[in-house]
Design a protein. Sequence first.
Length: 107
Amino acid sequence: MADASEGERLTPYEAERGHQDVYEVFVQWQRGKPHEHAETVNASDPDMALTLAKRNIDLRSDPVDIWVAPRRAMRRVSPEDPSLRPSTDRSYRQTAWYAEHRIEVEE
């Protein structure tokens, strides 16, 4: 949890009620389907974030699963990152590639 000693400045309101982190909430609505971003909550710890998320989500419907993650722990890849571009080299799909690239298997 971040506090003013780590270089962040708390607003008077945050100082009065205690610092809270931002958590992103992801919900799985049907078994076998992917989780979707549902909302953002402010909470003092992960347990409180999950409690708030369950309270808000349960009002709408019956979820299968709920995840919460602190926003500060999330990382993203820039759209310009070359690792997001599809590879044009598909030679591994040809049998000749395996003849050139012997794969050693340890037994």
